[in-house]
Design a protein around this ligand. Structure first.
Ligand code: CA2
Length: 148
């Protein structure tokens, strides 16, 4: 099973600002912990990671994923709340996708309460900080094992 983990704009800055919202860990640390979690849980999955600050690059990766991956975990960051293009790409790719957020977007500013992507995802996990990625991986893994 191959899973692609996509992270959107500014998530490369994690660990440098707003630790009270996003935590102290860098994205590299979060990714490393996710691999350790996968190994500890004995999940038979290969994980690939990609972060970009560019909307079109996220769309390219989602389109390409159709050929190479069984599932996607995506934190579209601020594009969550603005990008119909990314939502359309997720729908067109038709690969089980889980949307992830470090913070609980539903308890924050009004403009963060909307996700265009979630309609085209099998689930959304928000508010568990870096553990959101671990819960997403567990959920997607079980989904792919038993539903695909
Ligand atoms: O909670 C999340 O995971 C978000 O996707 C994070 C995005 C935000 O726009 C979404 O509303 C919710 C922002 C990530 C930017 O993170 C930074 C962290 C440190 C320094 C600068 C940016």
């Amino acid at each position: 099973m191959k899973i692609l983990i996509l992270n959107g704009p500014n998530l490369n800055m994690l660990g440098t600002r707003e630790p009270e919202i996003y935590g102290l860990d860098t994205l590299d640390k979060i990714n490393t912990e996710l691999i350790e979690f996968k190994n500890h849980q004995k999940l038979e999955a290969e994980l690939d990671f990609f972060q970009t600050n560019h909307e079109g690059e996220l769309i390219d990766k989602i389109q390409e994923a159709k050929e190479n991956y069984d599932g996607i975990i995506i934190n579209p960051a601020a594009y969550t709340h603005t990008s119909i293009a990314i939502a359309d790409a997720i729908k067109a790719a038709n690969i089980p996708t889980v949307e992830v957020h470090l913070s609980n977007i539903h308890s924050r500013e009004d403009y963060r309460n909307i996700s265009y992507c979630s309609k085209n995802c099998i689930a959304q996990i928000a508010g568990f900080s870096k553990n959101s990625y671990k819960l997403a991986l567990l959920g997607l893994y079980e989904y792919l094992k038993y539903n695909e």
